[in-house]
Structure formats: structure tokens, C-alpha cells
Design a protein around this ligand. Structure first.
Ligand SMILES: [Zn+2]
Length: 389
């Protein structure tokens, strides 16, 4: 830990809560990246307003800080990105670790965060909803992302921001995916630029909409209606739904430099110069939308490219999943069941040459990893119904 970071005020894990009556619980988490406190400021604002108004309310909202040590230092992370650590394997290892094994600040954060989330989500007798709030280094319009279950889709449908499918599966070990795996309804949101007041406003708007549509807030306050108008206006002419088709991953030796002037949701034509690295120019492979261009030193994602999704495909996907036809996928040539993982399939793309990832997305599967030409996909649990507790 640096000398300057021990001088600053410690950031509390629990920012605040408001509860009244009984019903669902909304867990709001901000600052899993320490230079992104906007979600916490938004949570504080909503909590203050609820105290003032005391509206009809049935349930609870709790606001939790993600990486408290990095928040105190105003850094994305101290030794490693906390929001890439929540793989099933790492979660199990950290849960059973001794305190002496958690000298790394992010390991300590992860242990504390798991305890708090287990307690908060586990204590939610009824349904629990989870918001994971972020901001970006570059200016850009806000958007939402989530693990593509039908339950998450239905909840996200109430939010008039652009929805990005497939972004969460490009990032392994996110907290959003960890909570999603446990069967809670989850949404992630990029609210805007790190220090912009608009990011706080956007996150607050999302929280109001979530409270109302989760059935916790019992009346459609002016705050809810204003939130809808604000987010619809922020979306402007962008599509409601896009799907990520490319991630430009980078390492420290790539010398990656994004070309100046890009924001999330800029439309680009094929061949457009996007960035440069040690190998030369990086250009767009097809027409689409640039997402999360990297203009800061830290990170493993240079940018993403997304394409529009036609509503028809969404409808097809819903029908296929409701009909529970995924079992038929094993009959396709080149597809076999994973030996150890019940919900996973192994796809040999030398045999299965028909857009494998797109097909499996339709059926609610998520990419796990590529081994050369072999793709491993896993069915998202709790697609249609919550777990029984
Ligand atoms: Zn973030």
C-alpha cells in the first residue's frame, strides 16, 4: 500500500439501507472498480430521498461498496482487477482461505465482499434483485448489460437504455456473473464518464426504475417517471438492443493506443482506424458500434465491437428456451456433452461450422472458453425460473 493511501479516509462497505414492510430486496453495488464511485453517490441520493418521502414501500434496498481499499485510493484496483476474480474456482478458494493467505488487498476485498453479499442476498426471503454500477474512462452514453437469461431480459426491458448482450461473457470472473449464477435477477450498468455528474444521475434513475419494477416501491413517484424520460433521452437514436461480436484484448506489451475521439456507441464503418499497437494499425472488421474504448493505462480490454440484434431473433430465442429444446443440440454433428460439467457442451467447430456461438446464444448458452477450434459452452442456470431455496 502506498504512503498516500493510508492517509485517506477508509470507505465503509455498507453505504446504507432503507427498509419498510416486507417484500423483495434490491442490492445496489457500486465501486467494484475503485475509480468509479458514481454508483455509490447515486445510491446515497436515492436513500436520502426515500427517507424524506417515506413512500409506499414493501421490501428493502441496500447499497454496498465494491472495492473499498481501491475506492479510498481512487484507483481502479490496487494489485489486480477485483472484477475479474469471481470465477467459481477463485470464489471457492477465497471462501476457504485463511486470513494469512489474504495479504493481497483484492483477495481481502473479495473475501469481505462475498461474506456481505451472501448475508444480504441470502437474507432476502422473497426475490432479490442486484444492480452492479460502473462508469467508463471515456465520455459515452449509459447502457445496461446482463447474463442473458429470460428473467434478466424481462427486468431489463423496463430500462429504456441500450442493452448489450454478450458483453458479460467476454469478461471472465465478474461479480455480476457470480451473482447471476446464483439465480438472482441481475443488471449491470455503465452510467457514463467516471467524474461526470450525469453518471450519478443516470445510476440514480436506474435505481428508481429497479425499485419500482421490482415491486418494492409501491407507487410511481415523479422520480420514476423522470428516470424513464431521462434514460430514454440519453439513449437518443441508438438501438435498444445490440450484441457484442468482438473483443480487442490487450496485454501490457502491446503498446495499445486508442485513436482519439471515440465514445461508447459511436457507429463505425468497416475498415475504420480504431487504434494502434506494436503490430501497427487496428481497424474495424465490420460495421457496428464501438463500446468502451480504453483511454486509461489499466485494463485488458482495448475496445469491443457490437452489432444490432433484430427483435425477431429475440422472439425465436425466447420460444426455443421456453420449449426446452436445448437437449436436441447434443444431436448435432460435432457437439458432445462435457465429461465433467453437466450443463456444458463441447463443440468441435471443424465439424460444426454453422455460426456455433450464435446458435448456442439463441438457446441460452454462454461461451466458457475456446481450446483452439474447440468451443466449450455452458447453459446459464435459472434462465426461466429462480432456484428453489
Ligand atoms: Zn467498472
Amino acid at each position: 500500500m502506498s504512503a498516500s493511501s493510508v492517509l485517506v479516509q477508509a470507505v465503509p462497505r455498507l453505504v446504507g439501507r432503507y427498509a419498510s414492510g416486507s417484500g423483495a430486496k434490491l442490492v445496489v453495488l457500486g465501486g467494484i472498480h475503485g475509480n468509479e464511485p458514481a454508483g455509490l453517490r447515486a445510491g446515497e441520493r436515492v436513500l436520502r430521498r426515500l427517507q424524506e418521502l417515506a413512500p409506499p414501500f414493501a421490501g428493502e434496498i441496500v447499497v454496498i461498496a465494491g472495492n473499498t481499499r481501491a475506492l479510498a485510493a481512487d484507483r481502479r484496483f490496487l494489485s489486480k482487477d477485483l472484477n475479474r476474480q469471481f470465477t467459481p474456482e477463485r470464489v471457492a478458494a477465497i471462501r476457504s482461505s485463511a486470513e494469512s493467505e489474504r495479504a493481497d488487498p483484492e483477495d481481502a476485498e473479495m473475501f469481505e465482499l462475498l461474506q456481505v453479499l451472501d448475508a444480504e442476498l441470502g437474507a432476502a426471503g422473497g426475490a432479490a434483485y442486484y444492480l452492479d454500477l460502473h462508469t467508463t474512462s471515456a465520455e459515452g452514453i449509459p447502457f445496461v448489460l446482463f447474463g442473458d437469461t429470460l428473467r434478466n431480459r424481462a427486468f431489463a426491458d423496463h430500462v429504456p437504455l441500450p442493452i448489450i448482450l454478450g458483453l458479460e461473457e467476454q469478461l471472465d470472473g465478474t461479480l455480476l456473473e457470480h451473482v447471476n449464477r446464483q439465480g438472482y435477477v441481475t443488471l449491470g450498468c455503465e452510467g457514463g464518464q467516471h467524474s461526470s455528474p450525469a453518471a450519478v444521475e443516470n445510476h440514480a434513475s436506474l435505481i428508481w426504475l429497479a425499485l419500482y419494477h421490482a415491486g418494492i416501491l409501491g407507487t410511481e413517484l415523479p422520480e420514476v417517471r423522470e428516470a424513464r424520460v431521462r434514460l430514454r433521452r440519453a439513449r437518443g437514436s441508438r438501438p435498444h438492443l445490440v450484441e457484442v461480436r468482438y473483443r480487442h484484448s490487450i496485454g501490457p506489451r502491446d503498446g495499445f493506443r486508442m485513436e482519439p475521439g471515440f465514445s461508447s456507441f459511436d457507429r463505425v464503418a468497416p475498415g475504420r482506424l480504431l487504434a494502434r499497437d506494436v503490430r501497427g494499425e487496428v481497424r474495424a472488421r465490420w460495421a457496428g458500434w464501438v463500446l468502451m474504448p480504453l483511454y486509461q493505462g489499466l485494463g485488458e480490454d482495448g475496445f469491443f465491437l457490437a452489432s444490432d440484434v433484430q427483435p425477431f431473433w429475440l422472439f425465436v430465442s425466447t420460444m426455443l428456451r421456453r420449449a426446452r429444446l436445448a437437449v436436441l443440440l447434443q444431436l448435432l454433428p460435432g457437439v458432445t456433452r462435457h465429461r465433467d460439467r453437466e450443463d456444458s457442451l463441447v463443440v468441435d467447430t471443424r465439424i460444426a461450422r454453422w455460426f456455433p456461438l450464435e446458435i448456442f446464444h439463441l438457446f441460452g448458452f454462454r461461451k466458457l472458453r475456446w481450446h483452439g477450434p474447440v468451443l466449450i459452452v455452458s447453459r446459464r442456470p435459472h434462465d426461466l425460473s429462480p432456484p428453489t431455496r
